[in-house]
Design a protein around this ligand. Structure first.
Ligand code: AMP
Length: 393
């Protein structure tokens, strides 16, 4: 178990907290979705209510070690100020004399936001000197940025070598749910996988086959699985180079008594665009047609496995959900899961976006805030940003 904010005395301490404020901006630099800022508020409020001096840090975009004015964090500081009802000062850099002076002048309950960490190439290189300088701005380090925990960067891993380091509430919840599904799931356990590429999901399947009872496959990756079972896939996206690997997965699954569910019907079109004429076909997809979503019969069959399960983990949409006419399968499964009492853990990235699009985020046990990080957790990898936090005694 990792130490959390609740395990440390914050009064009068400078609390250096890594958050994920990598929020989307429009062309006028207005924040179009502030959910990442909202997600950090419980930790922020707790630190302030307990008398800490809060020094926030984050990255935004990929400035690749250069100062890019369009990636400055001013819009984030403004939004934080609104949410907290007080001015949150943003410094012009994330380290240096001016920053040190600002931090030294802070009083208990004050908040500042450091400038975009990735204006320095040392951040992603996990440069020890850079990490040490960041660490000198705090007495305690809090990691509340799950989305970057799979990367050993200066602000996620480097700083932990110099400061007592604990998880914020967001990271604590991510750890709790991912530990549950990877180590101690209530059974039956159903893994739902979709998305574009089989290759991306193989390490995850390999790691989870020992733990799951059902594997439901949708999205473009389903067509490689169907082709391996000699089904007609028409012009759907298939990764021929993965066919042997997929055969092997079927073999291992049967040895381990895991039932693999594949689509029984499909929403197909002759071209990929929003207004393309689509239809539902049963079983084999004819030549000239592309599978772009699971069909209604598949939804029913997947619901039967989901309904039996006590734990569900979901990574990857069931179809090309960004286009409305191919989003129904993903939406139907999200709606069904939302009604269940079982533990439902939704991977970040596209899957979380699809569930949020349906307005169902609050109905799931856990919506992960990290796409890559949640994938690596399910692959059984050690996440350096989490491993580096202090263990509870
Ligand atoms: P991934 O990042 O691998 O989870 O893939 C997510 C992407 O896969 C999303 O952008 C989906 O639109 C896309 N996708 C899912 N199903 C299909 C499909 N049948 N054909 C093409 N793209 C798909």
């Amino acid at each position: 178990m990792k130490k959390t904010l609740r395990d440390v005395d914050l009064k009068g301490k400078r609390v250096l907290m890594r958050a994920d404020f990598n929020v989307p901006l429009d062309e006028n630099r207005n924040i179009t979705d502030d959910s990442r800022i909202q997600a950090a508020m419980p930790s922020i409020k707790y630190i302030l209510e307990n008398g800490g001096k809060l020094v926030l840090m984050s990255h935004m975009g990929r400035p690749k070690g250069e100062v890019k004015s369009e990636l400055r964090l001013d819009p984030v500081a403004d939004r934080l100020s609104e949410l907290l009802g007080r001015t949150v000062k943003k410094t012009d850099d994330c380290l240096g004399e001016d920053v040190e002076e600002t931090v030294n002048a802070m009083k208990d309950g004050d908040v500042i936001l450091l400038e975009n960490l990735r204006f320095h190439k040392e951040e992603t290189k996990n440069d020890p000197d850079f990490a040490k300088k960041l660490a000198s701005l705090g007495d305690i380090f809090v990691n509340d940025a799950f989305g970057t925990c799979h990367r050993a960067h200066a602000s996620t891993e480097g700083v932990t070598h110099y400061l007592p380091s604990v998880a914020g509430f967001l990271v604590e919840k991510e750890i709790r749910y991912f530990e549950k599904v990877t180590k101690d799931p209530d059974e039956p356990f159903c893994l739902v996988l979709g998305g574009a590429k089989v290759a991306d999901k193989i390490p995850l399947i390999e790691n989870m086959l020992d733990k799951i009872d059902f594997l439901l496959i949708g999205g473009a990756m389903a067509y490689t699985f169907l082709k391996s079972r000699r089904k007609g896939v028409g012009d759907s996206r298939v990764e021929d180079e993965m066919l042997d690997t997929v055969d092997n997965i079927f073999k291992k699954a049967s040895e381990k008594n895991v039932s693999i569910f594949l689509p029984k019907d499909h929403v197909v079109a002759q071209e990929i665009n929003e207004n393309a004429k689509s239809k539902v076909v049963d079983e084999d997809i004819p030549d000239g047609w592309i599978g772009l979503d699971i069909g209604p019969r598949t939804v029913k069959s997947y619901e039967s496995a989901l309904g039996e399960s006590k734990t569900i983990a979901w990574n990857g949409p069931m179809g090309l959900f960004e286009m409305k006419q191919f989003s129904k399968g993903t939406r139907a499964l999200a709606e069904y899961m939302a009604k269940l009492d079982s533990t439902t853990v939704i991977g970040g990235g596209d899957t979380a976006a699809a569930v949020n699009q349906a307005g169902l985020g609050a109905k799931m046990s856990h919506m992960s805030t990290g796409g890559g990080a949640s994938l690596e957790y399910l692959e059984g990898k050690v996440l350096p940003g989490i491993a580096a936090l202090n263990d509870k005694e």
